[in-house]
Design a binder for this molecule. Structure first.
Ligand SMILES: [Zn+2]
Length: 279
């Protein structure tokens, strides 16, 4: 493996940008949302309350696996309780039992969580760290495209009420830095239910999907995909070019160097003595 200090990390296949879409509560409107996303080749994360599955206007247990195939299912608390109001033991139960029930339904580990009501504080974050959650998604909107620095207080770029506006800015971003657009919301809002802006309906979702889909420089992924990749890449980010550095992750990390793309395979080492010629 040849590289030097001028190499910069990119998303998989050398893409510079990534899109995360994250939707909460598992309402029946998820069916139309998933159909729309699938039609545009987009992937999302669905944060579900296992205790509400099968209730009126919610997704049924027995449709979870097939409906969300190809997307990520994450926890949102068994009963959608504000975790900041619970004891440590109650937090553990709301999170662990939700993870376990959802994992049983999808047949795969459930590693992330969206905070019910967006409620979190340092004590809650501490419990999630003990429970080894991969991330805790907040409802905080930054209006920016920076990479997450604290997965258990994961901020978003915007609520989907702002998705078209932010989406255009994201696609026009030409800073050369890695950029992440992270949109969150609820599928029932597209149906005008509890929507802050009823014009942001299914047509608005379609317009957003048309805008963001099919760009060769965008990595379309779930929340846990992006965070896993960034964890793998972190060891190679900011590499000074001195001392050998190995990709310790189980997955490839992509670097861009002088216009060339380098795939660092799992276990492969970067050796500064073996630097690429400048070109
Ligand atoms: Zn919710």
């Amino acid at each position: 493996m040849k590289a030097d200090a001028n190499a910069v990390v990119r998303f998989p296949q050398g893409k510079r940008k990534a899109l995360i879409m994250s939707y909460d509560d598992g309402s029946e409107h998820d069916r139309q949302l998933v159909a729309t996303l699938n039609a545009y080749g987009l992937r999302a994360t669905f944060n579900l309350n296992s205790g509400r599955l099968g209730m009126p206007h919610h997704i049924a247990r027995d449709e979870v696996q097939a409906l969300y195939q190809g997307h990520e299912v994450a926890a949102h608390g068994v009963n959608h309780l504000d975790l900041t109001t619970l004891s440590n033991e109650e937090i553990d139960r709301e999170v662990i039992e939700d993870q376990k029930a959802l994992a049983d339904l999808v047949g795969a580990p459930v590693r992330g969580l969206a905070y019910p009501f967006g409620g979190y504080d340092e004590r809650v974050i501490g419990r999630l760290a003990v429970l080894d959650l991969a991330y805790g998604r907040t409802a905080h909107a930054t209006g920016r495209f920076g990479l997450p620095d604290r997965p258990l207080a994961l901020a978003c770029s915007c609520h989907h009420n702002q998705a078209l506006e932010l989406g255009e800015r994201f696609l026009n971003d030409d800073t050369g830095e890695m950029a992440l657009l992270h949109v969150w919301g609820h599928s029932f809002e597209f149906d005008g239910f509890l929507s802050a802006d009823p014009r942001k309906d299914w047509g608005y979702l379609e317009a957003f999907c048309r805008l963001v889909q099919g760009h060769p420089d965008v990595y379309y992924a779930t929340t846990v995909d992006v965070l896993d990749y960034l964890t793998a890449a972190r060891g190679l980010m900011g590499w000074s070019g001195t001392g050998q550095l190995r990709n310790e992750a189980q997955r490839s990390v992509w670097l861009s160097h002088a216009g060339r793309l380098l795939e660092v395979l799992p276990g492969e080492a970067l050796d500064p003595m073996d630097a690429l010629p400048a070109d």
